[in-house]
Every structure is written in structure tokens, then in C-alpha cells.
Design a protein around this ligand. Structure first.
Ligand SMILES: C[S@@+](CC[C@H](N)C(=O)[O-])C[C@H]1O[C@@H](n2cnc3c(N)ncnc32)[C@H](O)[C@@H]1O
Ligand SMILES: Nc1nc2[nH]cc(C(=O)O)c2c(=O)[nH]1
Ligand code: SF4
Ligand SMILES: [Mg+2]
Length: 207
């Protein structure tokens, strides 16, 4: 039987939750509680969490329970990721987190309508299912995954759409990083509005 997911965001398909260090982007190095929601139809062939894609595989969990769990840790930031978290209405979850003084960060492809009350929005656009144009002005951070050379030009198209204060990151696709990282280094030195983001948790062997 298919799970009925209520539209009010009080129940969400939870794949996993873990307390770790944010490994990527602007908040790299900061302790954070990760909430990974199941469900994604963007279809990145290099996605490093394909187990998240089928929402049916992940139990519907009360958002109140997720908030209770997050509140047990000394780190006062959560990263809501997935899967694609914006498939769901995140207003309820983020408002409850903020009531407890917890900072709310999201990792999103932007392919679904923006919901939720956010302290930090990391937009990581994908060629496979483009972000909705209405999310770009709200991104605090644009993090483009570089898989091949043509992705630099594509990254600039998104840089032109975000706000002038949005931080710009180029992150090597993990399996191609040996070949791509030197190109990113060269690109950032020539175009210093960009910075490099590495998946540092993979080097540190932490979740
Ligand atoms: C797994 S995704 C989940 C959140 C959302 N679906 C998204 O793509 O932003 C979390 C972050 O990991 C990045 N990512 C996924 N697979 C990757 C890979 N193989 N190499 C580098 N970054 C990757 C995504 O671009 C995104 O910034
Ligand atoms: N440590 C750590 N940092 C991360 N930053 C983004 C992640 C994600 O999968 O969304 C991630 C993750 O899975 N682990
Ligand atoms: S959008 Fe995110 S979760 Fe979905 S396939 Fe791409 S990287 Fe994976
Ligand atoms: Mg990850």
C-alpha cells in the first residue's frame, strides 16, 4: 500500500538523521544535525545517495519527533537534505525547529516550490531537472557540481540568476574529482568570485 503523505508537513519520509560536521559549502566545519528525507525524481546519474530516491522506502515520521531528536544535540543548526527535501512542505518542520532556537539550513536542487523558514539556502542546480526560477533570488549559496568541462559555462548561467550577495561554489563530482579538481582550481584563480567546495566529510570518514 502506498504511504499517504499529508500536505501539512506534519509527517515526513525520514531516511536517516545524524549529528555530524557540515562537510560542504559555506558552513563547512560546523557541527550540524542532518535530517535526510526520502524521495527524489531529479535523476542525477552521479548522485551519491540513490537509496534516498524512493520515498516509499522511508518511514513516515512525525515532524515533532524529528524536532525532539534534533534538540538533543549541542549543535544548534540542522541541515535538511535528501533526496529532494522541497518535494514536501517544510513550513511546519522549520517553524518548530526555529521555536527551539535551532538554525535551519537546506540542501536543495530547487526543482520544487520553496517552502520553509530558512537561515541558509544552498541551491545546487541540476541539468536533469532545472530549478524553478523563483528560488534563485533566495539562495544564500550556489553550489554547482562540476562533472565535465562544459559545466563551468553552465555554472555562470546560474551565477547570473542568483542575488549579488549569494556565495558561489564549484564542487567536483566525487568520482571524477581527480580529473576535475585541477580544472576547478584553475577556474577559481582566474574567476575569484567563485570558491572551491570539497566534500570534506568523505576525506574525514564521517557521515
Ligand atoms: C545528495 S544531495 C541532496 C539535496 C538535493 N537533492 C540536492 O541535490 O541539492 C546533497 C548535495 O550533494 C551533492 N552531491 C550529490 N552527489 C554528489 C557527487 N557524486 N559528487 C559531489 N556532490 C554531490 C548535491 O549536488 C547536493 O549539493
Ligand atoms: N557531513 C556531511 N555534509 C554534507 N553536506 C551535504 C550533505 C548532503 O548529503 O546533503 C552532507 C552529508 O551527507 N554529510
Ligand atoms: S537532486 Fe540531489 S538527491 Fe536528487 S538525484 Fe540529484 S543529487 Fe541526488
Ligand atoms: Mg551527502
Amino acid at each position: 500500500m502506498k504511504q499517504e503523505i499529508p500536505e501539512d508537513g506534519t509527517l515526513l519520509p525520514l531516511m536517516e538523521e545524524f549529528y555530524t560536521i557540515q562537510g560542504e559549502g559555506f558552513n563547512t566545519g560546523k557541527a550540524a544535525y542532518f535530517i535526510r528525507l526520502g524521495g527524489c525524481d531529479v535523476g542525477c546519474h552521479w548522485c551519491d545517495v540513490k537509496e534516498s530516491w524512493d520515498a516509499e522506502m522511508h518511514p513516515l515520521t512525525p515532524s515533532d519527533v524529528i524536532v525532539e531528536n534534533a534538540d538533543k544535540f549541542p549543535g544548534r543548526a540542522v541541515v535538511i537534505t535528501g533526496g529532494e527535501p522541497l518535494i514536501y512542505n517544510l513550513d511546519y518542520l522549520t517553524n518548530k525547529l526555529k521555536e527551539r532556537g535551532i538554525l535551519t539550513f537546506i540542501e536543495t536542487s530547487g526543482a520544487y516550490p520553496l517552502s520553509g523558514n530558512w537561515d541558509w539556502i544552498c541551491l545546487s542546480p541540476k541539468k536533469f531537472k532545472a530549478p524553478r526560477p523563483d528560488i534563485t533570488p533566495f539562495a544564500h549559496e550556489l553550489k554547482v557540481i562540476v562533472f565535465n568541462k562544459s559545466d563551468f559555462k553552465w555554472a555562470e548561467e546560474y551565477a547570473a540568476m542568483v542575488s549579488p550577495t549569494c556565495k558561489l561554489y564549484l564542487q567536483p563530482e566525487w568520482s571524477k574529482s581527480k580529473e576535475i579538481t585541477p580544472l576547478i582550481i584553475e577556474y577559481v584563480m582566474a574567476n575569484p568570485k567563485w570558491e572551491i567546495s570539497l566534500q570534506t566529510h568523505k576525506f574525514l570518514n564521517i557521515p
